[in-house]
Design a protein around this ligand. Structure first.
Ligand code: RP5
Length: 168
């Protein structure tokens, strides 16, 4: 039995999602972080994994981070990699607005008072209920490999009942 014509016509909104389709969303806190993430991009390219990159600061543009993170899953993103230096609130802020897994990359910065330890502590010390994975200092490549491993676990994406994400 064939479907009625209207039932077999893809909805424009679904086509748009399929066209957008990046599986990994990379967030960086500043343009000055871009170069540090080159190894992640290289790794994702080598593996044929689609990604998108946005410069969004948790402190300078918190609304932008909230908007990105809260719509990422709807747009097809399945893992977020968030990299920042100094008071690196970006991974945690992204995690507050999404149930997608968030991988934090602490970055060294010439402005850091503690050579990157500040960013490590900011990312590692998330409060209970809002997990963020944390790779090594400047561990962009590891973040991409971890993202690939998460994606390899299958297409299903279970929700997390009991923890509402922050609202815009
Ligand atoms: C962090 O502050 C950024 O992630 C960056 O690593 C650091 C310095 O940022 P800029 O002052 O260079 O923009 O938020």
């Amino acid at each position: 039995m064939s479907l009625p014509e209207e039932a077999s016509t893809p909805l424009p909104v679904i086509e748009e999602f399929e066209a957008a389709g990046a599986l990994v969303g990379i967030l960086i806190g500043s343009e000055s972080d871009r170069e540090s993430m080159d190894p992640a991009i290289e790794e994702l390219n080598d593996r044929g994994i689609s990604y998108e990159l946005r410069v969004l600061s948790a402190h300078r543009d918190p609304r932008g981070v909230a908007e990105y993170a809260s719509t990422a899953a709807l747009r097809g993103v399945r893992v977020i990699i968030a990299a920042a230096g100094m008071a690196a609130a970006l991974p945690g802020t992204a995690a507050a607005y999404t149930d997608l897994p968030v991988i934090g990359v602490p970055l060294t910065s010439s402005k850091s008072a503690l050579g990157g330890l500040d960013a490590i502590l900011a990312i590692v010390q998330m409060p209970p209920g809002v997990p963020v994975a944390c790779v090594s200092l400047d561990g962009a490549r590891n973040a991409a490999i971890l993202a690939a491993k998460i994606l390899a676990q299958g297409g299903g994406y279970p929700g997390t009942p009991g923890r509402p994400t922050a609202q815009l």
